[in-house]
Design a protein around this ligand. Sequence first.
Ligand code: NAP
Length: 267
Amino acid sequence: MDNTIVSVFSNDTELSKGVRSVLTKKLISRGYTVVNEFSDNSSLIICIGGDGAFLETIHECDFPEIPIVGINTGHLGFFQEVLPENFDKFICDYENNDYTLQRLSTVMCTVTTSKGTVNRHIGLNEITITGRKSYSIHFDISIDGKPIEKFSGDGILVATSAGSTAYNYSLGGSIVDPRLELLQVTPLAPMNTTAYRSFTSSILLPDDLSLGVVPESPENRIYITNDGIETGYSNVKEIEVSASDKHANLIRFNNYDFWNKVKDKFL
Ligand code: NAP
């Protein structure tokens, strides 16, 4: 690793592109080499944009161990730490090691088809399992290998703690402090009938338990969406959702407070 190499990513808004240009000049004038791609040699990744841009960068860099900091040009960002007007302080605090690293957990799902193919998807926010639009989907769900419910509805969402403030919250799930390592399973429009019984609220699982999902009609198409990235499957035999061993290491400065962000965004 080279302490002077910084990888800078941004979304395509005019504001983000402008911020990127000013920041790049500042970093170069301080002796850094700026690259616009992921490099194992970088000591820092900077992402300019909103939370959506942050998710994109984390996926593009394949959940790097290298510290990452977000410059917020979107709405109030949960991942984005620095405001563009505070660049100078950010660079100064970074150079003085005046920050902490927030290690965020991720969620993973393994999809096995009846043809034996196995695919893996990882989410920093969440993974959703749904059927075709406008059709309900039926699953047998188990926790740690033990049958728990017969689900019918639009699907399920499994959120990390950091992702609890995103889609999970819109579905009525709970906000979770990212210091807690757990998985939150939230139903999407569950139907409770005499044939199908499922929880109507979120359930919380410790991160060493896994969730098993077996579709009742494997011939029906199933969609896995990890942080907004959708993949469709046919002939799914089973899906296992669990915590993953990948993480994101976010730079946080002294004024970071998760619950203040929650209050500012939602209340
Ligand atoms: P998008 O649909 O363009 O934007 C989703 C919104 O969610 C943006 O406002 C984004 O903030 C915000 N967001 C992302 N991660 C967040 C987090 N951890 N806490 C609070 N807000 C968060 O999609 P996108 O930008 O590619 O982001 C993908 C995410 O969208 C998914 O991971 C999912 O959580 C979320 N989503 C939400 C809903 C819903 O709430 N009904 C539906 C589908 C997907 P910025 O404006 O700062 O980018």
